[in-house]
Design a binder for this molecule. Structure first.
Ligand code: PLP
Length: 224
């Protein structure tokens, strides 16, 4: 399927989810996750009107950036090794996987401007998942104060692979609760207004629970 055809379906679904939850459609940003696909396919996504592209490896991001440059905004969505920060830092608009102080330190050191970051939270408690546990998020974000090149725009989570809708919903709801707690602290470097949650299988539920950035690969650009 063409990206534009997939996008049409996804936009209809976004509209449905927004209607159900009384939200405005333009409060939901689509990050097209291009990690599985070619640069040509990523280019097709940009031509279809997608403004945000997401990659989870530095090599993938850099090789696509070399062709597409700053036509889309680039999101780094995968776990990020500190030594790879220098490869992507001047190319990305958002990092979705801030999960430790050593990484914050490296981003702060390498960036020449405040970088919009999502703090990754492991709400489901699965050991295989990266991220900070929900009860440590506040302490972590407070500890970022001196790293003025980090701007905490929101929180990100990866929900477990499951069809259990009520469990998914409770994960997303928990992230929203923590986001509101952090937002209420009024920290100048951590407005924390955004929620990066929802992928191909669960984005409608995520939108109903408040997602402002959904990260979609398979259902939008495919996975081969
Ligand atoms: C791969 C990936 C996605 C997209 O997953 P799909 O199920 O293909 O939509 C979203 N977020 C992260 C962090 C990913 O690594």
């Amino acid at each position: 399927m063409k990206v534009s055809e997939n996008l049409k379906i996804i936009k209809e679904n976004i509209q449905t989810a927004c209607e159900r939850s009384g939200r405005l459609e333009d409060s939901v940003n689509i990050v097209a996750v291009t990690k599985y696909v070619s640069t040509e396919r990523a280019e097709e996504a940009v031509e279809a009107g997608l403004l945000h592209l997401g990659e989870n490896r530095d090599e993938g991001l850099v090789s696509k950036w070399e062709v597409l440059q700053d036509k889309p905004q680039w999101h780094f969505i995968g776990s990020l090794q500190s030594r790879k920060v220098k490869n992507i830092i001047d190319k990305v608009s958002y990092i979705h996987s801030l999960d430790r102080l050593s990484l914050a330190k490296e981003i702060h050191k390498r960036a020449d401007r405040p970088v919009s970051c999502f703090v990754q939270v492991n709400v489901s408690g699965e050991e295989s998942k990266h991220g900070i546990s929900p009860d440590e998020v506040k302490k972590f974000i407070v500890s970022l104060k001196t790293y003025f090149n980090i701007k905490v725009v929101g929180l990100m989570t990866m929900a477990p692979h499951t069809d259990d809708e009520s469990f998914l919903r409770s994960c997303f709801r928990q992230l929203k609760t923590v986001q509101e707690e952090i937002h209420a602290l009024n920290l100048p470097y951590a407005p924390c207004t955004e929620l990066s949650m929802g992928m191909s299988n669960d984005y409608m539920i995520a939108i109903e629970e408040g997602a402002t950035f959904i990260r979609i690969g398979t259902a939008l650009v495919g996975n081969d």
